[in-house]
Design a protein around this ligand. Sequence first.
Ligand code: B1M
Length: 210
Amino acid sequence: MVNFAEISGAVIAGQEARVKELTRGAIDSGVDPLVIINEGLIAGMTVVGTRFKAGQMFVPEVLMSARAMNGGMELVKPLLVDKEVPSAGKVVIGTVKGDLHDIGKNLVAMMLESAGFTVVNLGVDLAPEKFVQAIQQHQPQIMGMSALLTTTMLGMKDTIEVLKEEGLRDQVKVIIGGAPISQDFANEIGADGFAPDAASAVELCKQLLA
Ligand code: B1M
C-alpha cells in the first residue's frame, strides 16, 4: 500500500533521499508513474507553494523542496517515455535586458514546473528580440518577464512593444513580476498579469489558461 501523503510530506520537508526512497518503493509496487507525480510529488509542491505565499516557508526551504521533488521526478520520468506527460501549458520565462537577477525568476520557473507546466527558462539579460525568438521557436501560451531593478523594468514595456511590432502579441499571454513590479505597472504597459511571488505566478498562469 503506497502512502502518497508520505511522499508529499518528504517533498515539503525537503528530504531528497527520503523522496527518492519512497518513490522507488511506489514504482516497485507497480503504481502508475503519473499517479506518483500527481498525488505524491506535485501534491507536496502545491503545499510548499501555499506555505511560501503565506510566509510560512522561506526561499532556502522552497529550493530544498524543489530539489527533493526533482529527485523523485528523475526516477519517474524515464517510465513515462511511452506516455505523453500531460502539460498544464508552456511558459517561456526570462529576466529582462540589463538585469542579472535570477533567483526569484528561477523560483517561479521551478514552481511552474512543479505544477506541471512545461517551462523554457531563457536566462537573464534578455533583449526583446530574444523573447521574440523564443516565442517563435517554442510557441508558448505564456511569456514571463522578471525584473529586479527600477532601471530595467522598462525593458518589459519595450519587449511588449516589440511583440506588437512582430505581430506576436495576440499569440501569448504576458505575465510580469519582480520586486519593483506592481499591478499598476502591469496595467500601464499592457501585460496580461502580475504576480507578487512564485506561488501566485502559478495561480495566475492557471487562471490565464483556464
Ligand atoms: Co541586486 N539589487 N544588484 N544583486 N539584489 C537588489 C534588487 C536591490 C533592491 C538591493 C538594494 O539596493 N536594496 C537593488 C535594486 C534597487 C532598485 O533598482 N530599486 C539592487 C542593485 C542596485 C544591484 C546592482 C546594481 C548593485 C551594483 O552592482 N551596484 C547590481 C545589478 C546587476 C544587474 O542586474 N545588472 C546587483 C547585483 C546583484 C547580485 C549579482 C550580487 C545578486 C543577484 C544574484 C542572482 O540573482 N543570481 C543580487 C541580489 C541577490 C539582490 C537582492 C539582495 C536579493 C534579490 C533576490 O534574489 N531576492 C536584492 C535586494 C532584495 O530584493 N532584498 C537586490 C530573493 C528572490 C526570491 O526574490 O527576486 O523578488 P525576488 O523574486 C520573487 C518575486 O519578486 C517574484 O517571485 C519571486 C519569488 O517569490 N518574481 C516574479 C520574481 N520574478 C517574477 C516573475 C514573474 C512573477 C513573479 O512572472 C514572470
